[in-house]
Write a protein that binds this ligand. Structure first.
Ligand SMILES: Cc1cc2nc3c(=O)[nH]c(=O)nc-3n(C[C@H](O)[C@H](O)[C@H](O)COP(=O)(O)OP(=O)(O)OC[C@H]3O[C@@H](n4cnc5c(N)ncnc54)[C@H](O)[C@@H]3O)c2cc1C
Length: 501
């Protein structure tokens, strides 16, 4: 076979989000000439990673370990902060529990076991973190007590993370081609030989012995969504990056990669009913402090089943199952101080009223009498003797309702009342390709594909049905780093290709 190549590298990384940039930095650190391909224009770089808050889940044992990741945090801040601890076992158990014990044990062990060292590796590459005060810890009796196993976010959120990763890549001599889409993997009987790309619309080829696919899932591809997730998923709100349309996964499948994981379910959250696709600010995640009702005026989910970051990724789907794919989150004045930042602003669909009757009238599309009796039954079912505490699973619950509320149940009785119109928004998909402990893509013959690695949303097998918040970025970093290291090692130990450059 004779083929002309326009570019040559040891390692090509497809994508420029968190997983890709971690892979590129690790490959370069291990001596490989590395080229990154980003399908989007430079100003939209970074995929879903850009849209995150940068919240990242990792195992840690004590304050001392947190200090090593955020050395700038003052002693005074530590005095008013209870970070607690979150062991590898807790992280692993959370993954197992939330995925109905389907998570791939090899990948889950790597994710949880390497999470802390990968955080240290990120900080050694100039990625900065800060505590997630406010969203993951409320101030009670002068102390911020963290809950839900997630304590840090990147400085500047997702945008800050992407900028910092790209800056580090540039400083380390990694080339990034923007407006450049990977189209096809070039491979021979010996394994990967390069990538066909479209650079600013022109078809070209890159010669490389290793390729890392880190181009995200298929949440922004309406056809794939409908094909794999099923009816109604074509009409859900689409969050995050419009560029995650699944070609990376498809390219790997085309050369015999083994599909893995949960192709029929996805991460989906509750958020503003009328916000256009891809706009930031969609999610509405303070529901543990109120109730959610459908257009029949009925509650349909335990809003306080667990901390928000253990439930939110599956509540979008539950709203999709309601009449007209919509619902309303209801709060009263007692809890309005707990509403997150995203509840403010002009692009939020809400109504406010001084009575529940007036609130129902303003909502309009709701069965008013059923709604009023639902709220009355809910209010009557709460045991007021258990104190409300937003920082712990307080056990302040309802008694005797068909749909219980297990924590943080407060009567909805104090004006003004607020209702937020919500629907289902897809965040990312869980199905992808199978990798081994070296992040090497596995084939349908259950063998490694030589030179092909994957990381991030492209990988299937970690998340099923539900997902612990902050695990997406951590998975991208852990497996991105592993993929980059092994891609470099492979490329630098292969004999020269017989293909022409
Ligand atoms: C609104 C929102 C908030 C979130 N918040 C959090 C959070 O706080 N914490 C957390 O852990 N997770 C969060 N997530 C999930 C998180 O974004 C993902 O798990 C993670 O960022 C995925 O990283 P990735 O590198 O795999 O993919 P991405 O960051 O999506 O990167 C994929 C990259 O591939 C590029 N690409 C796609 N196709 C091609 C192609 N053919 N050729 C070249 N390039 C291509 C894309 O343009 C992009 O650069 C959130 C997601 C969204 C949408």
């Amino acid at each position: 076979m004779t083929q002309e190549f326009q570019y040559t590298a040891d390692v090509v990384v497809i994508g420029a989000g968190n997983a890709a940039m971690c892979a590129a930095i690790a490959a370069r650190e291990n001596g490989a000439k590395t080229i990154v391909l980003e399908k989007s224009p430079e100003k939209e770089k970074g995929g879903n990673t850009t849209y995150t808050h940068g919240s990242i889940r990792f195992a840690y044992n004590n304050n001392e370990e947190i200090k090593q990741i955020i050395p700038d945090l003052e002693e005074e801040d530590f005095k008013i902060t209870d970070f607690g601890s979150y062991s590898e076992e807790q992280f692993y158990d959370d993954l197992c529990r939330m995925t109905d014990y389907r998570t791939d044990p090899t990948l889950a062990s790597l994710l949880t076991g390497k999470s802390y060292e990968t955080m240290k590796w990120l900080t050694s590459h100039n990625i900065r973190f800060i505590p997630i005060y406010g969203r993951q810890a409320f101030k009670v009796d002068g102390i911020f007590k963290f809950w839900g196993g997630m304590v840090l976010e990147s400085v500047g959120g997702g945008h800050g993370l992407v900028e910092a990763l790209h800056q580090e890549a540039k400083n380390n001599g990694i080339s990034i081609l923007y407006d450049t889409m990977a189209v096809e993997l070039i491979h021979t009987d010996d394994g990967i030989a390069g990538v066909v790309i479209k650079e600013k619309g022109k078809t070209k080829t890159i010669q490389a012995k290793s390729v890392v696919i880190a181009s995200g899932g298929f949440h922004a591809n309406v056809e794939m969504r409908t094909r794999y997730l099923g009816p109604k998923w074509d009409v859900v709100h689409t969050r995050g990056s419009k560029y995650n349309t699944g070609e990376g996964i498809q390219m790997a499948l085309n050369i015999g990669a083994l599909p893995a994981g949960n192709w029929s379910q996805a991460h989906s959250v509750t958020g503003d009913r009328y916000l256009p696709d891809f706009e930031e600010g969609f999610q509405k995640l303070s529901y543990p402090f109120g109730v959610i009702v459908n257009s029949e005026g009925k509650r349909f989910v335990d809003e306080g089943a667990d901390f928000r970051n253990y439930t939110y990724a599956q509540y979008g789907k539950m709203i999709l199952e309601q009449p007209n794919n919509c619902a309303w989150q209801i709060f009263d004045a007692k809890v309005s101080l707990f509403l997150r930042e995203e509840y403010k602003g002009r692009k939020v669909t809400k109504v406010k009223a001084n009575t529940l009757e007036e609130l129902a009238d303003k909502i309009g599309e709701i069965n008013k009498s059923s709604f009023l009796s639902e709220i009355q039954a809910y209010n009557n079912s709460i045991d007021d003797s258990i104190p409300f505490n937003p920082n712990i699973k307080d056990g302040r619950k309802t008694e005797g309702l068909a749909i219980p509320k297990s924590n943080w149940a407060n009567k909805i009785d104090t004006a003004p009342f607020e209702a937020y119109a919500v629907t289902c928004g897809i965040t990312f998909t869980y199905g992808g390709v199978k990798i081994n402990e070296n992040a090497q893509v596995q084939s349908i013959l259950y063998e490694g594909i030589q030179g092909l690695y994957a990381a991030g949303e492209v990988v299937g097998g970690l998340f099923y049905k539900n997902y612990p918040g902050g695990a997406g970025l951590m998975a991208g970093s852990v497996f991105g780093k592993i993929a980059g290291e092994n891609a470099a090692k492979h490329a630098l130990t292969q004999p020269e290709s017989t293909l022409k450059s």
